[in-house]
Ligand binder design. Structure first.
Ligand SMILES: C[S@@+](CC[C@H](N)C(=O)[O-])C[C@H]1O[C@@H](n2cnc3c(N)ncnc32)[C@H](O)[C@@H]1O
Length: 455
């Protein structure tokens, strides 16, 4: 990231400076009242007693099903509510992008840098977005050193390519055709990247209605003031509900006075949390944690044990066959949770096909074999417990694939375990080192658990 001296002076900072000592939380809460956002008297926004800076605390005991706050849809900040919504709507064809985030990001670039924006009290909560420490802001060397094997460096590389592409090919041309509103010297790539991180960590995506799932793409992201004050844990105690006129945060667990109220950002593995939100849940807290085995790693393991050229040829044909069935792909991964394989159909089919002899494979293709599977076989590896009942050649292939996956990490499990068990040594680590440690260690423990199950 560029040095502070190079940063554009944006409205959020100047308005905070002008207000001098005005507490951003009080200013924000006054704004909430004005826009009709109703906050229960049983909760408060706080920077103390929370896991990470702002958060929400219960000031009284709460029962399941209590509404903590209600946000009218007009208070949401989105491409449809921004003061430039008409412009964005008019240009919607040219603003289409792979991420689908460009219209919201333009709205944010504008509202964040406009002193009298309706949403200034909201932005005032954060002096800037510098505290966001997503791996995309880490130096590449640090990312590789701390995160190799986790899947994050590859995801970040893709993000960075996409951010640069969308900024240069969509944002810049749009800004140039609206010089009265945008100025590339103020609305720089650097600010754009910070706002991308803000959208990653703070935005919400309304789930699609079931009937729309097949036809429409996902809903565009939007900013939901107050809901985005809540931090996340896997064992959350509140959840956001979407109604036609408003959004409501509702408790899903009883919460005692003084406890933090946690939303869920979804069933997130630690690598996803670190990639999208810049934090990981300390091991072993994240019950949603997962480890990936790259699909191509299973192919590599199958090729390694093929003794002759004919056997290698067979593996290649079997892989192509699996690709045609859309069971595997060059970029895909099998996802392992603590208790089950989340991609069980893909993994069981892949192991089964890659372990077939030439004759079995020919017969299988001719019979459209996968349709003939018994229910028991189709569900054969739904749970980790059932994984231990895999047939021997499949077990061996899976075992080799797990070993290859473990080799891709740079770090040593035992040394990591020692760090987690030694409070002083752990506290000497930088925040980034701590976060990365929880991601790597959790993934490797899941992989080791699998090795133990199938050996
Ligand atoms: C939606 S915001 C929540 C409000 C945030 N704490 C703040 O002060 O603005 C999401 C960000 O909060 C932080 N966060 C959320 N849950 C966390 C947790 N369990 N542990 C550490 N940081 C967390 C991360 O920095 C994440 O990017």
């Amino acid at each position: 990231m560029a040095s502070a001296a190079k940063r554009p002076k944006v409205a959020a900072e100047s308005s905070t400076a002008e207000k001098g000592s005005v507490d951003p939380i009080s200013g924000f809460l006054a704004w909430c009242k004005k826009v009709g956002l109703e906050l229960s008297p049983k909760v408060c926004v706080s920077r103390e007693g929370t896991v990470a800076d702002y958060g929400m605390l219960a000031t009284e005991d709460l029962q399941v099903g209590e509404v903590l706050f209600t946000i009218p849809r007009a208070a949401l900040l989105s491409q449809y509510t921004s003061s430039i919504q008409a412009l964005l709507q008019e240009a919607r064809e040219s603003l289409q992008s792979q991420s689908g985030w460009v219209p919201l990001l333009l709205a944010l670039l504008h509202e964040y840098t406009t002193g009298n924006s309706h949403w200034q009290p909201y932005f005032s909560l954060w002096q800037d977005f510098r505290s966001l420490d997503h791996p995309m802001f880490w130096p590449e060397e640090e990312r590789t050193r701390l995160l190799q094997g986790t899947g994050i460096p590859e995801a970040v590389d893709k993000d960075l390519v996409n951010i640069h592409l969308e900024y240069s090919s969509i944002i810049l041309p749009f800004m140039e055709s609206h010089p009265d509103i945008f100025d590339p010297k103020l609305h720089t790539l650097e600010l754009y990247k910070e706002l991308v991180a803000f959208v990653m960590a703070y935005s919400f995506q309304e789930p699609l209605e079931e009937e729309d799932e097949d036809e429409k793409g996902p809903n565009p992201p939007m900013m939901v003031p107050v809901a985005d004050i809540l931090n996340h844990v896997a064992s959350h105690n509140a959840n956001l509900e979407y109604a036609p006129k408003c959004l409501r945060m509702v408790t899903t667990q009883p919460i005692s006075k003084g406890q933090e109220i946690f939303n869920t950002y979804g069933q997130m593995a630690n690598w996803q949390l670190l990639h999208m939100y810049g934090f990981a849940e300390p091991y072993p807290g994240n019950t949603n944690d997962t480890a990936d085995i790259q699909m191509v790693t299973v192919r590599k393991a199958a090729l390694q044990r093929a003794k002759s050229e004919a056997e290698q040829q067979l593996v290649s044909e079997q892989w192509d066959f699996l690709c045609q069935l859309e069971m595997v792909g060059e970029e895909g991964a099998f996802v392992l949770g603590w208790d089950e394989v989340l991609t069980e159909e893909e993994l069981s089919m892949t192991l089964k096909v890659l372990c077939m002899s030439e004759e079995e494979f020919q017969e299988y293709k001719e019979q459209d074999g996968w349709e003939d599977d018994t229910e028991e076989e189709e569900n054969s590896i739904l749970s980790n417990e059932a994984l231990s009942r895999l047939k021997n050649p499949c077990k061996k292939l899976l075992y080799d694939s797990v070993l290859l996956t473990l080799e891709s990490y740079r770090s040593d499990l035992k040394a990591e375990q020692d760090l987690l068990n030694n409070k002083e040594a752990y506290e000497r680590l930088s925040r980034r080192e701590q976060q990365a440690l929880h991601v790597r260690y959790g993934q490797k423990r899941i992989l080791h658990q699998l090795l133990e199950l199938i050996q």
